[in-house]
Design a binder for this molecule. Structure first.
Ligand code: BES
Ligand code: MN
Ligand code: ZN
Length: 497
């Protein structure tokens, strides 16, 4: 999709579909009033006749006379004027874009980036508009024999009546495109089947992202190198698989060398059978999504590169396949992590923390300012928070609040859970320094408490995205979360939001 902005009155534009707002009590927005005048009251009579009242998310499609410059007018209910927040705004956009998609329009002009929304700039509304549009028009067809028919809609123009808004919308378009493209990377990787998307495929994808980007450098460690570094924990996960594990490191240098980087770490289990602690069969296919943390790191790295953010960021991906097999790790096996701590693997299905702990130890070599890991780590997180919020656990209140706010303002929300020391005893082992499972209760927290033993030397946050990384059921597929939260956090750090 192409996005552009033009400073002109909506009445002088030509378009297959003009999108304008109507507020509660049938009040038309300025642009809607202009069109109403041009088309002899078709908007106001539609509302007078009771076809639309302006309630949040209502839509009404109006057809203009044959010779008109605007083939259609899409009226969108925006609720109380000045009563909008980001969640309501998203609701409006979603219903409006879905209606637009159902038409044959090849292009549209939208006035919705200049609505007044609490705590949001025109620039961020433009980003949101693009993200939601790309999300609704996204189609997966990489592994279908017949490709899906391309979307009819090719172009959205954002209307802009004030000169002062022009540069903000322009910047919002560049950023929105970059973030949406990054989410596309995340979704495609998530949706690809595990016989295609292997650890090696993730490494190849990182190579593709690096190509032509002068500010990126890439290193990929194979199993031999990881063994030399003492990553016995990570390697215990790939032991049963014929697919070798990879530790992928993409380094983005966007500012001075001495500026400490943000390190992003992603769980990249390209398929999680559970290993010897084999999972039950029902729904096991969804464990191809167990690399969505890794996919988020790669998508985010591409997005910040495209935006050219003035920051240093390192993206680390711990990629492995968790399979049973003759060489697989067994319950009760004791492995030694890169940190030197020994781990009793009581359940081979708690493998995410085993790959992450070595990646988190490895992260120290970048002298990070903060480290943020993303992982589809625990089913318990879905029990606790459902599919709305990602679980957030952190040893830093500041980092935690920054991420919560970035999530709030992008509609990609997280909710914090405690990782108090009192939970740590659940991980006691008789045969090693630590066990890899903490029993029945507070499974999301004890998983994070396990990671916390490896992150004491820096500020760290952990996002459990088990409930938010993909949709289940009829719309099964990756969501691209939490790319919006992370890119927002990074943009705010770079003061470019
Ligand atoms: N990848 C799973 C977590 C998961 C399960 C995410 C279902 C999304 C949906 C993880 O590796 C896992 O198997 N966790 C176990 C941990 C347990 C053995 C302590 C779980 O959640 O059951
Ligand atoms: Mn598992
Ligand atoms: Zn897993």
């Amino acid at each position: 999709m192409e996005y552009l902005v033009k400073r002109s009155a909506i009445t002088s534009e030509k378009s297959a579909c003009a999108i304008v707002a109507i507020f509660a009590n049938k009040r038309l927005s300025d642009e809607a009033q202009q069109l109403d005048k041009l088309y002899r009251g078709i908007l106001s009579s539609a509302s007078k006749n009771g076809d639309i009242s302006g309630n949040l998310g209502e839509t009404l499609l109006l057809h203009t006379p044959k010779t008109a410059n605007h083939k259609r007018i899409l009226l969108v209910g925006c609720g109380k004027p000045n009563g909008l927040d980001i969640l309501k705004y998203r609701k409006i956009l979603n219903s409006c874009i879905n209606t637009l998609k159902s038409t044959g329009s090849a292009d549209a002009i939208s006035t919705l980036t200049t609505l007044t929304v609490k705590d949001q700039s025109v620039q961020s509304l433009t980003r949101m508009h693009i993200l939601l549009t790309e999300n609704i028009f996204y189609k997966y067809d990489q592994t279908l024999s017949k490709k899906k028919t391309p979307n009819k809609l090719k172009r959205i123009k954002f209307s802009c009546s004030q000169a002062s808004q022009l540069k903000h919308i322009k910047l919002g378009i560049v950023q929105g495109k970059a973030i949406a493209d990054g989410m596309m990377v995340t979704k495609e990787l998530g949706n690809l089947p595990a016989n295609v998307c292997t650890p090696n495929y993730l490494a190849k994808t990182a190579q593709g992202i690096k190509k032509g980007q002068g500010k990126l450098s890439l290193t990929v460690l194979g199993e031999r190198e990881m063994k030399k570094l003492g990553m016995g924990s990570l390697l215990s996960v790939s032991a049963g698989s014929v697919e070798p594990a990879k530790l992928i490191s993409l380094q983005y240098r966007g500012t001075a060398r001495n500026s400490k980087p943000v390190v992003l770490v992603g769980k990249g289990i390209t398929f999680d059978t559970g290993g010897i602690s084999l999972k039950p069969g029902a729904g096991m296919d969804e464990m191809k999504f167990d690399m969505c943390g890794a996919a988020t790191v790669l998508g985010t790295m591409q997005a910040i590169c495209d935006m050219g953010l003035p920051l240093n960021v390192v993206g680390l991906v711990a990629a492995a396949e968790n399979m049973p097999g003759g060489k697989a790790t067994k319950p009760g096996d004791v492995v030694t992590s890169m940190s030197g701590q020994t781990i009793e693997v009581l359940n081979t299905d708690a493998e995410g923390r085993l790959v992450l702990c070595d990646a988190l130890t490895y992260a120290k070599r970048y002298d990070p300012d903060v480290v943020i890991d993303m992982a589809t780590l625990t089913g318990a997180c879905i029990v606790a928070l459902g599919h709305e919020a990602s679980g957030l656990m952190s040893n830093s209140d500041k980092l935690s609040n920054d991420l919560l706010e970035a999530g709030q303002s992008t509609g990609d929300r997280a909710w914090r859970l405690p990782i108090w020391d009192e939970y740590q005893s659940q991980l006691d082992s008789n045969f090693a320094d630590i066990a890899n499972i903490g029993g029945r209760w507070a499974g999301t927290i004890t998983a994070a408490c396990f990671l916390a033993r490896f992150t004491k030397e820096y500020k760290w946050a952990h996002l459990d995205i088990a409930g938010t990384a993909w949709y289940q059921g009829k719309n099964k597929g990756a969501t691209g979360r939490p790319v919006p939260m992370l890119t927002e956090y990074l943009m705010r750090r770079a003061r470019t939001a």
